[in-house]
Design a protein around this ligand. Structure first.
Ligand code: NAI
Ligand code: MG
Length: 501
């Protein structure tokens, strides 16, 4: 029996094939446990269970307010098991304990808030009334979409699982979740919490397995109605193509190359600390990482000086150690990717002003650690200023005036988020012109279950979170109720096409 099993149709079980894989602690390179490795047949089984559960209305037929109470119980369950989840999440993903703790708190917060929103779905939304061809009553009713599948990455494993499951379940869907191969563990614990909270059998399923096999079944199986994906833009494009064959609804949260614009009237202390948080939080492995720092000519040298001083105080270390600011990146593969980008940056002529190398001192010997890296003299056309690196690497770009800053900020294929550090009135003017699903002014990385989140351009399709995000897990049904139903008022009987008014 594997340490972390699949959860299909209300039961924990190993894969049909009996295959397992190991999950690695990226701080030590050691295995932390065996995980059942789902194949396409396990995915199909989970989808069948979800389909049956949806079609007999055991969850989809309940009132939103009733589902909301179950989601509140899930939030409570997460809180009760928070220490265990925090420790597991940190070991599995390389998150510092502080980050893992915040993730566990966030996971509960999402279930609680989505549970509250669920009740709102019970009330039909009234529409403006028309008087011709006759009086009528019109409203929109929100139905769940059906069977949803969710494919998530490794940077926020428990949070992303909780985001997708809380929205899918709040709206009355059935769901099959596939965590990333790198971070499969906490989802099994979450499945236990969801079962114990009283979500009916088959409604929520969790299968750990490889993307190209298990993941593709979740996208191509005709019984699936919606696919929600977070991950690389490359895989997002592939998913869109596969989903097209059966016209599945898709929401995609993809990559980013987010700008942080420092204005010359910014509080320098706040802007430097904020920029560092924006760029280096969780080793830069965040889709909203503020990996392009746009600094005006007027304060460039002074700002960069302060930035480098602060970066020099950052501590690369074990995620479990107090005071560690920079833990490992998630895998050998990610380490190679990051180091390769650092090499490209140097070849293209950027100045390596800090970091740039793997760290293997003492206990860090077998982990995947990279020193916080700063490139200066970066121009907007360089690879390191265009492509998502997903590591602790920030690029500093100069700009002349606000116009120039907007042009550089919008000059990538991405549009997920942006930050502005400076006086609110000026920053808000800039925000109007930024192509980004979220703009933080004097703040960064702040996600909240009440606020919609998603990308412009190639950063994605649709929104998650907030009531807007929840609605992406519903179908809108317009109902028209004719009130005057005398035959003489129905003008189509005498061949007249009614004109709406
Ligand atoms: P990925 O996009 O390959 O993986 C994300 C998820 O998609 C995983 O669960 C994976 O199993 C699944 N997947 C992979 N191929 C699939 C397929 N053909 N069909 C269905 N599911 C599939 O990302 P990866 O390889 O882990 O990281 C590569 C790069 O992607 C990173 O360097 C980073 O730039 C970006 N990325 C962006 C994230 C974000 O939050 N927007 C998160 C993770 C990675
Ligand atoms: Mg792991």
């Amino acid at each position: 029996m594997s340490d972390f099993q699949l959860f299909i149709d209300g039961r924990f079980r190993d894969a049909e094939s009996g295959e397992t894989f190991q999950s690695i602690n990226p701080a030590t390179g050691e295995a932390i446990g065996t995980v059942a490795k789902a194949g396409a047949e396990d995915a199909a089984r989970a989808i069948d269970a979800a389909r049956a559960a949806f079609d007999d209305h055991r969850w989809s037929g309940r009132r939103g307010s009733d589902r909301g109470r179950v989601l509140a119980a899930i939030a409570k369950g997460i809180k009760e098991r928070a220490p265990e989840l925090t420790e597991l999440e940190s070991r599995d993903s390389g998150a510092t304990l502080a980050k893992a703790k915040a993730d566990v708190g966030g996971a509960g917060f999402w279930f609680r808030v989505m549970g509250e929103y669920a009740a709102r779905l019970d009330d039909p939304e009234p529409l403006p009334q028309t008087i011709a061809p006759g009086p009528s009553y019109n409203y929109v009713k929100r139905d769940p979409v059906g069977v949803c599948t969710a494919i998530i990455p490794w940077n926020f494993p428990l949070q992303m699982a909780s985001w997708k499951l809380s929205m899918a379940l709040a709206a009355g869907n059935s769901v099959v979740l596939k965590p990333a191969e790198e971070t499969p563990c906490s989802a099994t614990v979450l499945a236990e919490i969801i079962r114990d909270a009283g979500v009916p059998q088959g409604v929520c399923n969790v299968i750990q397995g490889p993307g190209p096999v298990t993941g593709e079944e979740l996208i191509t199986n005709p019984s699936v109605d919606k696919v929600a994906f977070t991950g690389s833009t490359e895989v997002g494009k592939h998913i869109m193509k596969l989903a097209a064959n059966t016209v599945k609804k898709t929401t995609l949260e993809l990559g980013g190359k987010c700008p942080q614009i420092v204005l010359d009237d910014a509080d320098p202390e706040l802007a430097v600390d904020g920029a560092i948080y924006g760029a280096f939080f969780h080793q830069g492995q965040v889709c909203t990482a503020g990996s392009r720092l746009l600094v005006p000519d007027a304060i460039h040298d002074e700002f960069v000086g302060r930035l480098l001083e602060r970066v020099a105080t950052m501590r690369v270390g074990l995620p479990t150690e107090k005071g560690t600011t920079t833990g490992p990146v998630v895998s050998q593969k990610q380490l190679d990717t990051v180091l390769n980008y650092i090499e490209i940056g140097q070849k293209e002529g950027a100045t390596l002003a800090a970091g740039g190398q793997r760290v293997t001192d003492g206990e860090l010997e077998n982990g995947f650690f990279v020193a916080p890296t700063v490139f200066t003299d970066v121009t907007a056309d360089m690879t390191i200023a265009q492509e998502e690196i997903f590591g602790p690497v920030v690029t500093v770009l100069r700009y002349s005036d606000d116009e120039d800053a907007v042009r550089i900020a919008n000059g990538t294929v991405y549009g997920l988020a942006a930050g502005v550090w400076g006086s609110p009135a000026r920053a808000m003017k800039l925000a109007d012109r930024l192509q980004a699903g979220t703009v933080w002014i004097n703040e960064y990385h702040l996600l909240n279950p009440h606020y919609p989140f998603g990308g412009y351009k190639q950063s994605g399709i649709g929104r998650e979170h907030g009531y807007l995000g929840l609605l992406e897990y519903t179908e809108a049904k317009h109902v028209h109720l004719g009130v005057d139903n005398r035959r003489s008022t129905k003008r189509w009987f005498d061949g007249t096409i009614p004109q709406p008014r």
